[in-house]
Design a protein around this ligand. Structure first.
Ligand code: GLU
Length: 503
């Protein structure tokens, strides 16, 4: 007997547009994308927008923006179309109702007319008396078809519930966690269709995953306890379930106590838009997020997307929790920033510089050249692109902001005024405004005064940049240009070196 042919790999990202896109959700999206790309399959984007009260159009837009920014292109989905369009659940209601009717007809589901109040009271009583399953008591499960039809005709509101077997165990197979057996008596009869005719997640996702021929469902651990319900629904319909994949949780570390808990706002950024706004590169974030719960084996860390695609496998996914380490993300982002070409560095950093008012949003060629030169000088030290603005601010405008401590340390000290005077003369006379020409001028100034080069370099740096730290001084002065440097030296000398003891 030949084994059944493996299903083509089709994965999906199926978020609910009810809030800001969370990095945890996007890890599932990334794994789904990687798996599809690894096997030459398809990656789908489906909007699970059936909760009309919580539906938020801004969230839908933010999801689309985050997918584009994160570089997860989809083969089928809203705006792209595909053989199973539409990809918005709110436009597929008829198919869920059809399946619910089918389940009712086969005795695997039933209409429930219980009021909200009754259900609430029953739930509380059962919980208190510890009667399993907690939750709904299957009151309407005993209604005959005729009784249910009568109530329906009379206009009584109803939901459709799945009839969970009261005995036995349900076996589920998770690609990460292996075989799990779940006692049915722990499961109450969950709702499939709500009274407004909209489906719950339990029904809608499985109908769509079936229709859209999804091979692997990669989703958050929070869905693991519901998975036996989904397996039972498949069995009732005679459908083969997809391969379930529930990676381990992502934890955050509390900065104060050091304790870990499910990643949330109090640990820092959690939404995709925040990472973008803080100047993380999508490739760096993707590399970092991929490694939260997946390992290609060995101690490999920096991987391009193409490398991740070629190395990705479900076997490398971990079921144990992983801790989101922001320091590691910053380090990794720095590695990616350093690897950027001149043009990419400029294009990625410009929005941050423009927002800080340092440059035009769309600078002309001359300004582009200057900004590129400035960014190249800072590139080594940048961890995020948002840091580019404060790091390069002193390169722009007539005068830098002078740091108080730097001024005190390097300008309000004996010898500083003489050093600035001497270096200004030498820089003014330098025949050639190049790194070596500038270095010669600075050294000549030190020789003339009979001091060490450092005694000239330190005050010159603070006078020209306002700070004690920064890129190499000669490169910095070269970029700033002779006019600006001489102006700043004159200004600093006049403003700061007047204080007693500085002469
Ligand atoms: N709409 C569900 C969620 O956002 C999808 C879970 C799944 O991937 O099936 O949690």
């Amino acid at each position: 007997m030949s084994a059944a042919a493996p299903r083509p790999v089709r994965t999906r990202f199926a978020p609910s547009p009810t809030g800001l896109p969370h990095v945890g959700n996007f890890r599932n999206a990334l794994y789904s994308w990687l798996l599809a790309r690894r096997h030459g399959g398809q990656f789908l984007f489906r909007l699970e927008d059936t909760d009309r009260e919580r539906y938020d159009p801004a969230s839908e837009q933010a999801l689309k923006d985050a997918l584009a920014w994160f570089g997860l292109d989809y083969d089928e989905g809203p705006g792209v179309g595909g053989p199973h369009a539409p990809y918005e659940q709110s436009r597929r209601l008829a198919s869920y109702r059809t399946v619910a009717e089918q389940l009712i007809a086969s005795g695997h589901a039933y209409r429930c007319f219980c009021t909200r109040e009754r259900i609430q009271a029953v739930r509380e009583a059962r919980q208190k008396a510890n009667i399993h399953p907690h939750g709904y008591d299957r009151h309407c499960r005993g209604l005959t078809h005729a009784e249910a039809a009568h109530l329906l005709d009379s206009g009584a509101p109803s939901v459709v519930r799945f009839a969970v077997p009261s005995e036995g165990d349900t076996l589920l197979q998770d690609a990460v966690r292996g075989r799990i057996s779940y006692p049915n008596r722990e499961l109450d009869d969950h709702v499939l269709l709500k009274s407004d005719g909209f489906p719950t997640y339990h029904l809608a996702h499985m109908v769509d995953d079936r229709t859209m021929e999804i091979s692997h469902v990669i989703r958050s651990e929070e869905w693991l306890p519901s998975t036996p319900r989904h397996v039972l629904q498949h069995q009732a319909l005679g459908w083969e379930p997809p391969i379930y994949v529930h990676p381990g949780l992502i934890l955050g570390r509390d900065p104060q106590s050091g304790k870990t808990a499910k990643l949330s706002k109090r640990h820092g950024a959690v939404h995709m838009g925040e990472y973008r706004a803080q100047g993380y590169l999508p490739d760096a974030l993707a590399n970092f997020v991929a490694l939260l719960g997946w390992s290609p084996g060995g101690d490999r860390e920096i991987m391009s997307r193409a490398e991740m695609v070629s190395l990705f496998s479900l076997e490398g996914i971990n079921s144990s929790p992983s801790v989101f380490d922001s320091d590691k993300l910053n380090w990794m982002n720095g590695v990616y920033v350093r690897a950027l070409s001149e043009t990419d560095l400029l294009d990625n950093a410009l929005p941050f510089l423009a927002e800080a008012g340092l440059t035009a949003a769309d600078p002309g060629p001359e300004e582009r050249r200057y900004v590129t030169q400035v960014l190249r000088l800072e590139q080594e030290r940048l961890k995020t692109l948002s840091a580019a603005a404060p790091a390069t601010a002193f390169f722009f405008g007539e005068l830098p902001e002078y740091e108080e401590a730097a001024v005190r340390k390097r300008l309000q000290t004996p010898g500083a005024a003489a050093a600035l005077d001497a270096v200004r003369v030498c820089l003014n006379e330098a025949a050639d405004w190049s790194v070596s020409g500038i270095e010669n001028a600075v050294r000549t100034a030190a020789d003339t005064l009979g001091v060490k080069p450092a005694d000239v370099i330190h005050p010159t740096r603070v006078a020209a940049t306002g700070r004690t730290a920064g890129p190499g001084l000669f490169e910095t002065l070269e970029a700033l240009g002779r006019e600006r440097v001489l102006h700043r030296l004159r200004h600093a000398r006049a403003t700061w070196c007047r204080v007693s003891g500085a002469q």
